[in-house]
Design a protein around this ligand. Structure first.
Ligand code: SF4
Ligand code: SF4
Length: 217
């Protein structure tokens, strides 16, 4: 089942890359804005599902950078709230100014925006770990993570967890389930951090099948 889910995820990621390329060539130059809106709307329901299943840059960091990454710890400064908030605000400000001065004109806007994001994600992945950009820096990921806190469908760890932390080891987002595993003191399921991109690698690794979708019902 988990292998099937991973193949389905790969298929959807490849389809999204094809769709992005098709829209770009067809002249729908604001396709990246459509993708961003989709990611934020999805985040309100399922958390960062877009990041793990649909984002072309997520595909790049996972399936390409995953093979050549330096696999080193990201310097602590990049993980601090102050850095992440100021980077997100500056990025959004530049994004709005670019949009204001080049509103849907030519290829400059999407190339600049996507190029900057791919470039930064590649440099970070090369000198740190493959998904460092997705885990801590991506402004859309950070916004999705904030919105995802209120999503009715969360990924969680059930009461039968044995605390082996195989899920933490398997997580590409720098140990997103760790807090939930450590805080599990009751039979009640514990929600995994909103940094989680719903890739389900933790579920594949769990020997106990303790990771589940927690819904409203
Ligand atoms: S917690 Fe699980 S689903 Fe979330 S990012 Fe980590 S491995 Fe993927
Ligand atoms: S892998 Fe499963 S059993 Fe082990 S800590 Fe994670 S949720 Fe618990």
């Amino acid at each position: 089942m988990n292998v099937l889910i991973n193949r389905l995820r790969l298929g959807i990621q490849l389809f999204m890359i094809f769709l992005a390329g098709f829209l770009f060539i067809a002249g729908v130059l604001y396709f990246n804005i459509l993708f961003i809106i989709a990611s934020l709307v999805l985040a309100l329901i399922f958390g960062r599902l877009f990041c793990g299943w649909l984002c072309p840059l997520g595909f790049w960091t996972e399936r390409v950078m995953g093979k050549i990454s330096g696999d080193k710890e990201l310097p602590k400064i990049f993980k601090t709230k102050i850095f992440r908030i100021s980077f997100t605000i500056s990025f959004l400000l530049i994004f709005v100014l670019l949009w204001y001065y080049f509103p849907f004109q030519g290829y400059l806007f999407p190339i600049l925006m996507m190029g900057t994001m791919f470039g930064l994600a590649t440099v970070l992945g090369f000198f740190s770990f493959d998904k460092a950009w997705c885990a801590y820096i991506c402004p859309w990921g950070i916004l999705s993570s904030v919105l995802g806190r209120y999503a009715p469908y969360q990924l969680g760890i059930r009461g039968d967890c044995e605390g082996c932390k195989a899920c933490v080891e398997a997580c590409p987002i720098d140990g997103a389930p760790e807090e939930a595993v450590e805080n599990k003191r009751s039979e009640e399921p514990a929600e995994i951090s909103s940094r989680c991109i719903r890739c389900l690698e933790c579920s594949r690794a769990c020997p106990n099948d303790s990771i589940d979708i927690l819904g409203d019902s």
